[in-house]
Design a protein around this ligand. Structure first.
Ligand code: CA
Length: 225
């Protein structure tokens, strides 16, 4: 699951992205309403963290558009505009949550987790392949019933493969899912990431195999005994 962070203060955007990455999320940054629109068109985000004072307008103007483009997406407004009437206006415009600056990272992360639990609202069944099970609601990976911790992008890769288990997922689809539209990605980055995930799954004796079709993509399937 990717998060779009719409924030025009570079330093703040970077530190939020870093904190999100530490918690296993990957965030793309947009620094204006226009940037955000472009990113939303390209990528199915689970959540948008939205600043209000942006160089080309008020972030909450974007909320109805976000709703139209991506009906299931969660919108958290994160802003210095903290007067009650501003908060009310933000929530009335369709935001799911509102947090005022200065804020505490732990609180932001807790609210993001809570929002993602509500995400979509429909019960998402766990995906089970071989000895691996993935709970999409809380993004928890377990191997033979035991939770394992995977780093941000490894988790995203595994998640993307498991969502299409036993089917080939194209390199492009994986790159789109794992890396943001603005990230400068070396073609070898995906190969290296796959190699790391394979090694990890092997160490865990997870009973799954990641098959490669050269130049086309990857597929995860239960390993044959
Ligand atoms: Ca701002």
């Amino acid at each position: 699951m990717r998060i779009l962070l719409v924030e025009d203060e570079d330093e703040l955007a970077r530190s939020i992205s870093r904190e999100l990455a530490r918690s296993g999320f990957v965030a793309d940054s947009a620094s204006s309403l226009d940037d955000a629109r472009r990113a939303l068109k390209e990528t199915p985000y689970a959540m948008v963290v939205l600043d209000r004072r942006l160089p080309d307008g008020d972030g909450i103007e974007l909320t109805p558009e976000i709703r139209r483009m991506r009906p299931g997406v969660q919108v958290l407004v994160l802003t210095a505009c903290g007067r009650t009437e501003e908060i009310v206006a933000g929530l009335d415009a369709g935001a799911d949550d509102y947090l005022t600056k200065p804020f505490d990272f732990d609180e932001l992360l807790a609210r993001i987790r809570a929002a993602l639990r509500r995400h979509g609202g429909d019960p998402l069944p766990a995906i089970v392949v071989g000895g691996v099970s993935f709970d999409p609601k809380i993004r928890d990976v377990a191997v033979h019933g035991r939770s394992v911790i995977l780093h941000g992008r490894e988790l995203m890769l595994l998640e993307a493969l498991l969502r299409h288990a036993e089917r080939m997922v194209s390199r492009q689809a994986l790159l789109d899912e794992i890396y943001g539209p603005d990230e400068d990605v070396q073609p070898s980055a995906l190969n290296i990431l796959v190699m790391r995930l394979r090694r990890r799954l092997e160490e865990l004796d997870a009973g799954v195999k990641i098959h490669a079709a050269r130049g086309v993509g990857y597929m995860i399937a239960a390993a044959r005994a």
